[in-house]
Each structure stands twice: as C-alpha cells, then as structure tokens.
Design a protein around this ligand. Structure first.
Ligand SMILES: Nc1nc2c([nH]c(=O)n2[C@@H]2O[C@H](COP(=O)(O)OP(=O)(O)OP(=O)(O)O)[C@@H](O)[C@H]2O)c(=O)[nH]1
Length: 142
C-alpha cells in the first residue's frame, strides 16, 4: 500500500515548540500534531509545508532542517508518511484557521499530550536532539 506523504512543521521560537490540537471538523479530532498537510501533485515537501502553514496559521516560516520521516498505518489502507522539518517563524501573526488551539511548550512537556500516533517518533527524536535546536534563532520579534 502506498503511503500518503504529509509534511509537518516543528516551529521553534524562544526555546519553545508550537503544537496544535486538531479541531472537530478534522479527522483525528482532539489529537495533537505538528501543523502541516498533504503534499499535492508536483509539489516539493518544503514548498508544501510553507503553503500549509500559511493556510493553517497565517504565518511565514523558514525551513531549517529535516528530521526523520515517520510512517504509521492508520488501518483501512491509510498509511501516512509524516515528513518533519524544524522551522522558524519568519513573519506574520498567528491566526487559527483550522486548529482548535495551539500551545507553545517546553520540549519536556511534549509527552503529556494525546498525540496523533504518527507524530510520536517525531517528538521523541526532537527531544533527543533538543540541544542542537533549542536556541535556533528566529527573525520574528515578540
Ligand atoms: N498535518 C498533519 N497531519 C497529520 C499529522 N499526524 C498525522 O497523523 N496526520 C495525518 O495526516 C493526514 C493529512 O493531514 P491534513 O492536515 O492534510 O488532513 P486533512 O484533514 O486534509 O485530511 P483528510 O483529507 O484525510 O481529512 C491526516 O489524516 C492527519 O490525521 C501531523 O502531525 N500533521
């Protein structure tokens, strides 16, 4: 079965990570994820992610570096390949256009969330590599 490629953004700002709760209108409602979405035909993962974050949060991001993709079989033939990128917030103000809420969390707080299953290996890798990414600088002023 072919996996559906989905990109997601780990946005780091002031040593915190942006996490988003899927709203009632979305599948996996109530689960937490890194925002992003499905790659469209002819799109590169990075271009997809920049588009999705503008559509979902209304901000511009800069892609900094990839993490390891995570595959999860949600059953009934739906396999997601989640392709993560560490990102910084470049400009714009956050506007929740699809998600119920967002939070900025310390990396140590990530295990407390009810995560979409495909995201679990991703936040675990982020936690392991946190020292390399925590101080990543952003152009966005607070
Ligand atoms: N954006 C995003 N999607 C994720 C994550 N983890 C995860 O399993 N997914 C799944 O990846 C799929 C694609 O995400 P999407 O944001 O485009 O979802 P969608 O509502 O358009 O999907 P749908 O068309 O299946 O309803 C969804 O089935 C979603 O549940 C994640 O961290 N970010």
């Amino acid at each position: 079965m072919k996996a559906i490629p989905v990109t997601c953004a780990i946005i780091i700002h002031q040593e915190k990570v942006l996490v988003a709760k899927r709203s009632k209108s979305m599948n996996l409602a109530g689960y937490w994820e890194f925002p992003g979405g499905k790659i469209e035909e002819g799109e590169q993962p990075e271009g997809c992610l920049i588009r999705e974050i503008k559509e979902e949060l209304g901000i511009e991001i800069k892609i900094q570096s990839p993490l390891t993709p995570s595959k999860f079989d949600y059953s009934q033939g739906k396999i997601i390949e989640l392709i993560p990128f560490i990102c910084t917030w470049q400009s714009g103000e956050i506007n929740l256009l699809e998600h119920e809420i967002i939070e900025w969390l310390e990396v140590g707080e990530l295990p407390k969330l009810k995560w979409a299953p495909a995201d679990i290996p991703i936040w675990m890798e982020l936690s392991e590599k946190w020292q390399a990414f925590r101080s990543i600088s952003s152009h966005k002023q607070c």
